[in-house]
Structures are given as C-alpha cells and as structure tokens.
Write a protein that binds this ligand. Structure first.
Ligand code: DSN
Length: 434
C-alpha cells in the first residue's frame, strides 16, 4: 500500500495548501476550517464502502457500521435544527436543491428564487443552470435603495406566477432572512417554501439567526460553511406534506401523497444519486456533535460580532457596504464609488496582501459577473482561528488601505508581512503535515 508521500507532486501541493491556509487571512464567507475530527472522518476507511439505500434498507451487504453512522448523523441533525425528518446523503448543495425540485415539482413547474446577481444562488433558477432549464424560473431582486429583499416584489411575483416552490435563501445577503414573511406568501399562493440556509446554518444552529422551522416545508443546507463540517449537504423537512392533494385517492395512496419525508428520500436516492459517501456522512455526524456543544453557540455569536466589527471599521475607513452593514457572517463591499468593475482587481490586491476574499456582483451592478463591482467577505474562518473584534479592526483597516490604493504593490507587501505576523499568533492545524 502506498502512502501519500509516494505521490510527491500531490503531497507537495497539499503541504503548500496547508501553509497557505495557515499564513493568510481567509475571509471567503462560504469556507471554514473543520476540526481534526472532521478531517479524520472524511479521510477514513468508510470511503471504501458502498451503501445505496437507507439505514437497514440497503442494496449491499456489510452495512452494520455504516447503518449506525448514518443513523447517528440523522439523529444529531434532527436535534440540532429541530427537524422532523433529515436526509444526510446529498453530495452537495446543488444536487440537493435539484433533488428537492424533483420531489415536489414536475418539469415545467414554476419556481421562484432570488436572482444570482442580487445575492441568490445558481440553483435557485439562474438561466444557465439546470434549475432554469427543467423548470420555469421566476426571480426576485432586492430593493435598489436599501439592498434588502423586497417582500412586496416576492408577493407580487408569487401571485402573478403561482410557483410550486418559493425559495428563501442567499449567498451574498448580509441581513436576516424573514422566513415567516416568506411562509405567509407561500401560503397565500399554495406554494411550498424551501429555505436554503447553506450560508447561515451554523448561525441558525448557534441560535444567532432565526430558524427556518416551523415556517419552511423543506430546508436544505450545505454542511461545510458556517456549520463547519465536511463538504456536503443535507435536506430537512416536515414529515407531512402540507399541500398534498389526496382528494379521490384510496387510503394507501393518500398516505403516500401525504408523506413528504419519503418523497424527499426517494428523490435523493434513487431519484438523484447512487451510493452515499459514508465517510462524509460520518464527518457530518462529527460536525453536528460539535455544533450541539455550548462552545459552538459562542462561536456563532462571535462570528456575528466579528462581522459587525469588520463592517464598522471598513465603513469608518470609507468603504461602502451593501445594506449598510451586516447582521450575519457576511459583508458585501460596494466598490462602485471607486469605479465600475473593480471587484476582481481589489480581490487580487487583497490576496497579494495575504487577505483572501472573492469578487462578487453588487445589486444592480452595471458591470458583468466576471468583472463585478463588489467584494464578498465573511468571518467564519477568522473566528474559527480564534480572532476577535480587535483583530477585525486591524484587518478592516488593512483592507481599506489596500482597496483605496489598489495598484500600490509595496503597500500590499508591507501588509502581507503584518498578516503573516498576525497569523502566527493564531496557529491552525499545528500538528498536521498536510
Ligand atoms: N459557492 C457557494 C458560495 O461561495 O456561496 C455557493 O454555492
């Protein structure tokens, strides 16, 4: 059996990636540093096992341990989010969302989601995504002045287009999502409400963002963002289908129509996927245990405190923020006052200074998604490193200096040194080689 050192090229790249993560300030809001325990589970021998089906209903033998792992993951997720039913098999957020559409819609049905360039997600009906190819996608925006989700617009579009599913969920929205308001609209038009909490799941688990339950029929989340688990996703739902039409059905068929949990399970497997990745499911279970701890509640609260401290510092230093601040883990820097389409240039300048971000459109961006006018940042990773408000004030000041003088490479090098020194005070994975 070979070891990873026998593949020197990949081994070296893994070592370099560890160094990069240890010595830079990572502000990409959808990333996180998982625990050693989560890394161990992900890299375990569970990767060797096929287990199509669900616990105690599989198509392969040899499931004694895998069945238990998956059951533990499900039970922990239920406790964490107060969910009636959980499916932990989804490979990632995109196939999970497609599985949900597959469970609740027929091709051609209408789905109503937030526009990608307004802070939504590709799989919420963006024109080039399968979600818009197989379904009739209608999209809502945010208010041009405030940057906030405009519930009047959501209601107007819902009444006009009668969607089968309304999606409440975002990837670049710095404010609280009002799930209760979405549910009201969904009820008014007889739609399912899907909450995609991928970005905020850790905050929901920590109790610092309102829960999508009891408002949503189905909740999807990736497990690797604020939730700090392995790359993957899960789907949670109510046991019963609120909108099941059972008129004229015999008892057996009516019971089936009412069973939302089983519709979701069947849509994931065999509807969308084959064998689940049980190593990742074990890592999800480990992450859920960590998220159930009191320390995780404090972690979630600190993420938000850090985001607010970073927001205040950036604003005091002349950087404009979409929605004028943040109430969650994420900030969207509006660089239009410096010129159109400068997001990528700013992100590159920041990376030169050791601060890793991603360029992003701002609402009503006059430029293109490849050359957007904003930068998206967040505090899950720096908070995982143990940084607090004091460090956020430093980072915010450095960021503003770099952004306001984007071409100044000697300033970037100067700040790179300071970033290196700061990271040394917050060691990460110190025992690891890769
Ligand atoms: N790529 C994720 C994000 O960065 O928000 C969404 O899929």
């Amino acid at each position: 059996m070979k070891t990873i050192q026998d593949d020197p090229r990949i081994y070296e790249l893994m070592r370099r990636e560890l160094t990069r993560q240890q010595t830079t300030i990572n502000l990409i809001p959808s990333e996180n540093f998982v625990s050693e325990a989560v890394l161990d589970a992900t890299g375990s021998v569970l990767t060797n096992k096929y287990s199509e089906g669900y616990p105690h209903k599989r198509y392969y033998q040899g499931q004694a341990n895998v069945d238990e792992v998956e059951t533990i993951a499900i039970e922990r997720a239920k406790r964490l989010f107060g969910a009636e039913h959980v499916n932990v098999q989804s490979y990632s957020g995109s196939p999970a969302n497609l599985a949900i559409f597959h469970a609740l819609c027929t091709p051609g049905d209408t789905i109503l989601g937030m526009r990608l360039d307004m802070g939504g997600h590709l799989t919420h009906g963006h024109k080039v995504n399968a979600s818009a190819k197989f379904f009739n996608s209608v999209q809502y925006s945010v208010n041009r002045e405030t940057g906030l989700i405009d519930m009047q617009e959501v209601r107007k579009l819902a009444r006009e287009h009668r969607p089968t599913i309304i999606i409440a969920g975002c990837t670049a929205y710095p404010q609280i999502v009002d799930f209760a308001a979405f549910r009201k609209v969904a009820e008014e038009v007889g739609a399912y409400l899907l909450a995609d909490i991928s970005h905020i799941a850790g905050l929901v688990a920590a109790g610092v963002h309102p829960s999508p339950f009891p408002h949503a029929d189905v909740v999807m989340t990736t497990t690797h963002k604020t939730l700090r688990g392995p790359r993957g996703a899960m789907i949670m739902c109510t046991k019963l289908d609120r909108l099941a039409n059972v008129e004229g059905l015999d008892e057996k068929k009516a019971a089936k129509a009412r069973n939302l949990a089983s519709k979701i399970d069947r849509a994931v497997f065999p509807g969308m996927q084959g064998g689940p990745h049980e190593n990742v499911i074990a890592a999800k279970a480990v992450a859920f245990k960590e998220a159930l701890s009191p320390e995780f509640k404090e972690y979630g609260a600190q993420i938000v405190r850090n985001a607010k401290a970073l927001a205040t510092t950036l604003q005091e230093n002349g950087i404009k923020l979409v929605t004028n601040g943040t109430e969650n883990h994420l900030l969207l820097l509006d660089l239009l006052p410096f010129g159109v389409g400068l997001g990528r240039q700013a992100a590159v300048a920041l990376e030169n200074a050791g601060i890793v971000t991603n360029c992003n459109t701002v609402p009503y961006d006059p430029s293109t998604p490849f050359k957007p006018s904003g930068v998206r940042i967040g505090t899950p990773m720096v908070t995982s490193k143990g940084m607090k408000e004091g460090e956020m004030r430093l980072i915010g000041t450095w960021m503003a200096m770099v952004i306001k003088d984007m071409k100044n490479t000697s300033l970037q090098h100067e700040i790179r040194e300071k970033v290196w020194e700061l990271c040394e005070k917050f060691p990460l994975y110190s025992e690891r080689k890769y």
